[in-house]
Design a protein around this ligand. Structure first.
Ligand SMILES: Cc1cc2nc3c(=O)[nH]c(=O)nc-3n(C[C@H](O)[C@H](O)[C@H](O)COP(=O)(O)O)c2cc1C
Length: 239
């Protein structure tokens, strides 16, 4: 069952390490009671808070995945309505949405500029879980982008200046020359955020949790809301 406290669908090395929602509360044997304690279900056993579930699943993936548990596939559409998808890293999330950073002049930047909607997909193979999100995209504020940019290693900040992301590059050497150029330009001084480098926030209108089940009888639950201020409605889906 989705959100059950057992780990029968997880690889043994994972299920030995973690509970489906972290440590099993002591003395609680009923799985629905567990879920209520975790704040994921109301007294009727209905799932109520997709953000709490997301937090919990991401935390578990961070503990168990060898690399980049925060990596997700970001889907956009181009100006011919052809879908496009690539991996990016989740760099922040709260009830307002999911934040990632990129070059605004990249293919994804142009596509989001023309059509500010996106889909996201997390897949944690060893946990056998996926999360799908769809929503409206807006740019993050300059202050937030500055703060995140400043937290990056200096070489990554210089790389952001050097890369004309998604534009044709004649050779690796041409890129290295640009890196050297900006390294010399900033010398030992601060490296400010380039104007064309910032973040986007995907404010979810739909979040689906998928958990592997035996014999392909997977568990799926989708949360939908009509706009950002509306309450979530949860629905179980056939696998
Ligand atoms: C695991 C992983 C994480 C990545 N994270 C980012 C990221 O946070 N931001 C980014 O701009 N590109 C990231 N990339 C590179 C993108 O997948 C992509 O190649 C690049 O952004 C250009 O995409 P576009 O031409 O569709 O704009 C990542 C790639 C991988 C494999």
């Amino acid at each position: 069952m989705l959100f059950s406290s057992d780990n029968t669908n997880l690889a043994p090395e994972v299920s030995n390490k973690i509970g489906a929602f972290g440590e099993k509360p002591k003395g609680v044997s009923c799985r629905w009671a567990n879920m209520t304690e975790n704040g994921l279900f109301n007294n009727n056993g209905k799932a109520v808070d997709p953000f709490a579930i997301f937090d919990s699943w991401l935390r578990q993936a961070t503990a168990s995945e060898p690399d980049d548990a925060n990596a997700f596939a970001l889907a956009t559409v181009d100006n011919t309505a052809m879908p496009n998808v690539r991996m990016v890293l989740l760099k922040g999330h709260d009830r307002r949405g999911f934040v990632f950073y990129t070059n605004l002049g990249s293919a994804k930047g142009s596509e989001l500029n023309a059509n500010p909607y996106a889909a996201m997909l997390f897949h944690w193979k060893s946990l056998r879980r996926q999360i799908r999100v769809r929503g409206k995209v807006s740019p993050v504020g300059a202050e937030q982008a500055d703060a995140y940019f400043a937290s990056r290693p200096r070489d990554s900040r210089i790389g952001a200046w050097a890369s004309k992301q998604s534009q044709p590059l004649e050779s690796r050497f041409a890129l290295e020359k640009r890196v050297a150029k900006f390294a010399a330009k900033f010398n030992i001084g601060p490296v400010p955020r380039p104007q064309n480098w910032s973040g986007y926030c995907i404010s979810p209108l739909e979040i689906e949790f998928w958990k592997n089940g035996a014999f392909r009888l997977h568990d799926r639950i989708v949360f939908r809301r009509t706009d950002e201020s509306a309450p979530w409605e949860s629905t179980r889906l056939y696998p």
